[in-house]
Ligand binder design. Structure first.
Ligand SMILES: [Zn+2]
Length: 154
């Protein structure tokens, strides 16, 4: 069957004018290519732009170490989120989720610090900084004073 040139035709006269976005099932988008993009239609070029923007935002809020292990890492992320909200660069729903996760991270850090402090608490009660990896140190209670041996009555 020969394709017609009607406005309802699904076959474009020139394939180079069509969007090159591939779908998961192997088909390609049939929309006309957007003039501002070398290979995608307006909708797919907008999606591509949004994806690139989100990747940039993720890189901006992530600490240099790639992990949120210190309070300053989380504080830095919170400051960055504040800027992103103020400039309307991130959906408010994402900010709410990230802010909640930041609260959980801070809470977990407090618990970990308390755990480390109690594991390394000396007999006198003064906290001592951990010498080795605190996460691997077993939590132990050190008796304050050994009980004197009791004289047995007979
Ligand atoms: Zn497209």
């Amino acid at each position: 069957m020969k394709a017609t040139q009607s406005s309802r035709s699904r076959v474009a006269p020139d394939e180079s004018l069509l969007c090159q976005f591939p779908f998961a099932d192997g088909r390609r988008c049939r929309m006309l290519r957007y003039k501002g993009h070398p290979s995608l239609c307006f909708f797919h070029s907008r999606e591509e732009l949004e994806r690139i923007e989100l990747e940039q935002i993720a890189a901006e809020i992530s600490p240099p170490s790639g992990e949120f292990t210190t309070v300053s890492d989380i504080e830095r992320m919170t400051r960055k989120l504040f800027q992103l909200v103020a400039t309307n660069r991130i959906p408010i729903r994402n900010v709410q989720v990230l802010a909640h996760l930041a609260q959980l991270l801070l809470h977990c850090q407090r618990l970990a610090r308390r755990e480390i402090t109690s594991a390394h608490e000396p007999i006198s009660g003064e906290p001592v900084p951990p010498k080795t990896s605190p996460a691997s140190a077993p939590k132990q209670r050190v008796p304050r004073k050994p009980a004197p041996p009791r004289a047995q009555k007979s």
